[in-house]
Design a protein around this ligand. Structure first.
Ligand code: SAM
Ligand code: DTB
Ligand code: SF4
Length: 327
């Protein structure tokens, strides 16, 4: 049975002495997941920069003067090549990101549907993060073979207006509803290190914990402070806050994949090991996130070797293996 959390209960978990919190999260992790198995996703920016929104953390917002160069939507052929490379590198999942406020019913969307079909045909799981979607658009993505849709709440409802003014928290929740109605799996989380309070972090987890079904994936990003954005001068988030946030997410939503998302470049291997210990079981691999750098692939594989972690296979690959093993 799914537990209905109150905000106070989540805050109590969040404020547990750190070692006790990690220990507790670790036990929950072990009950619901294979320890040492980490989902490795590859991230690709298919349309970069020039976004009309004002998300104050984002280097892709047109109104901020960052070094991001605007790039129009990539071609299906380019995606095909990128997917082959990602698969050869061991990624079981590919996530396509577009700097759009929302999906529009036009030729670009048809192209994205083709990209989804192309990647899906290679036995890789495909996710997308394209901004707001209607139920009809989400259904088209599902029919093309999309597995998951990423749409982050980013922060608490109370703090939302301090970070973004061009859309509302309800807009975000509405897209998540549309995604669900289309039968897609939901990936939704947020960012820490934007100047929010512990209550805001807990508030975001509380809203996520109210979703039914619960999100299958919760990315926890540490802010990558980018020159030119309003949050450029935010101090780096302490690793202890990241561990605390991941452990709390693991305890509150035991079944979800908790993704140790943006910000890994500023974390030591020891710091990341604590995040895995606290229940993180998913990462983005590849030397670039959407526009900012990420640890190099080889460096991550070395970390996997040292920590005894194994990349999780795509469902399609598991199915093939099972049919071979069991006739
Ligand atoms: N435009 C779409 C949207 O906003 O939903 C999809 C792409 S957007 C870049 C996806 C997510 O990336 C955001 O919701 C935010 O959580 C995360 N993100 C963007 N810039 C970031 C940064 N500087 N540091 C950490 N996370 C960031
Ligand atoms: C998510 O939660 N994090 C990823 C993904 N979803 C799309 C994006 C991180 C972006 C970090 C800043 C950048 O590289 O532009
Ligand atoms: Fe645009 Fe998404 Fe960046 Fe917001 S987070 S500015 S919607 S690309």
């Amino acid at each position: 049975m799914i537990k209905d959390w109150t905000k106070e209960e989540i805050l109590e978990v969040y404020n547990t002495p750190l070692m006790e919190l990690i220990y507790r999260a670790s036990e929950v992790h072990k009950t619901h997941h294979k320890i040492g198995e980490v989902q490795v996703s590859s991230l690709l920016s298919i349309k970069t920069g020039g976004c009309p929104e004002d998300c104050s953390y984002c280097p892709q917002a047109a109104r901020y003067h960052t070094e991001v160069k605007v790039q129009k939507l990539m071609s299906v052929a380019e995606i095909n090549e990128a997917a082959d490379n990602a698969k050869a590198g061991g990624a079981s999942r590919m996530c396509l990101g577009a700097a759009w406020r929302e999906v529009r019913d036009n030729k670009d969307f048809d192209k994205v549907l083709d990209m989804v079909k192309t990647i899906n045909s290679k036995g890789m799981e495909v996710c997308a993060t394209l901004g707001m979607v209607t139920e009809d658009q989400a259904k088209k993505l599902a029919s093309a073979g999309l597995y998951a849709y990423n749409h982050n709440l980013d922060t608490s409802e109370e703090n939302y207006n301090n970070i973004i003014s061009t859309r509302t928290y309800d807009d975000r929740l509405n897209t998540l509803k549309n995604v669900r109605k289309a039968g897609l799996t939901v990936c939704s989380g947020g960012i820490i290190g934007m100047g929010e309070t512990s209550e805001d972090r807990v508030g975001m987890l509380y809203t996520l914990s109210l979703l039914r079904p619960l999100p299958e994936s919760v990315p926890i990003n540490a802010l990558v402070a980018v020159e030119g954005t309003p949050l450029a001068d935010q101090p780096p988030v302490p690793i202890w806050d990241m561990v605390r946030m991941i452990a709390t997410t693991r305890i509150v939503i035991p079944t979800t994949a908790v993704r140790l998302s943006a910000g890994r470049l500023n974390m030591s291997m020891e710091g990341q090991a604590l995040c895995f210990m606290a229940g993180a079981n998913s990462i983005f691999a590849g030397d670039k996130l959407l526009t900012t750098p990420n640890p190099r692939y080889n460096q991550d594989m070395q970390m996997f070797e040292i920590l005894g972690l194994k990349p999780k296979k795509a469902y399609a690959d598991v199915r093939i293996e099972e049919s071979v093993n069991h006739g």
